[in-house]
Design a protein around this ligand. Structure first.
Ligand code: HEC
Length: 206
């Protein structure tokens, strides 16, 4: 859900930026008639996009973790958007190039800040949460024989860091077992898949 919204948010922001860039270019190159036609034509789409932009942004900001190390980036982003939008409205209305350009600069800057913010936060957060869940699942269900790093080799188990199996193969062994290894029937299919992904990405080849 949050991930889907995040994609929607990115898409809407990109469209929003695109409209902005076109309008600013038209304004700066003195194509005022074209600008007015463009603005009229896309007025409704622009309104829908802006509303979606704000709604998804607001919703996402309530979902993201606060109190982290880089939260000031989030506030910078918010302030930049809050300043840029009125600047743009006035800029386009009065055909003021400087205001429009400034606003575009702020909005694109916000986009950059958002990127940095997400990279540092490791968003999508769900991905991270799932990874630590998978790690815990692995440690609770598999480490007794395979060890935390996969190399323990208890009761004849294989060294998982050297496995040649792919993701599907690992999943199959987890759900069906093999030889001395019991099937992990205590795990749901989603959990089994998460553990398989964990083995495939964090243990295999280590
Ligand atoms: C009771 C001990 C035991 C537990 C618990 C256990 N395994 Fe195993 N595992 C084995 C043994 C033994 C083998 C070797 C099976 C064979 O090849 O006959 C094995 C093999 C594997 C293989 C195949 C490796 C290869 O390259 O052939 C994978 C993958 C694997 N285990 C993953 C897991 C995961 C993930 C878990 C936790 C959900 C788990 N195992 C829990 C004992 C265990």
């Amino acid at each position: 859900m949050v991930k889907g919204l995040l994609h929607t948010h990115y898409l809407v922001v990109t469209l929003f930026l695109l409209i902005y860039v076109i309008k600013t270019i038209l304004l700066i190159s003195d194509k005022k008639e074209l600008l007015d036609t463009f603005s009229k034509k896309f007025r409704v789409s622009e309104m829908i996009i802006s509303v979606l932009f704000l709604l998804t942004g607001i919703y996402l900001s309530t979902q993201l973790p606060f109190g982290g190390k880089y939260d000031y980036l989030f506030w910078i982003k918010l302030v930049m958007v809050a300043v840029a939008i009125p600047l743009a409205i006035v800029g386009f209305k009065k055909h003021n190039k400087i205001l429009a350009a400034l606003s575009l600069l702020l909005i694109t800057g916000t986009y950059g800040v958002a990127e940095v913010y997400h990279k540092r936060k490791g968003i999508p957060k769900q991905g991270n949460e799932m990874l630590s869940d998978a790690k815990a699942l692995y440690e609770n269900n598999c480490s007794s024989c395979h060890g935390n790093n996969g190399k323990l080799g208890m009761s004849g188990s294989k060294d998982l860091s050297k496995t040649q199996l792919d993701l599907a193969g690992i999943n199959q062994i987890i759900t069906q077992g093999k030889g001395m290894m019991p099937a992990a029937s205590q795990l749901s299919p989603e959990q089994a898949q998460a553990v398989a992904e964990y083995v495939n990405t964090s243990i295999k080849g280590q």
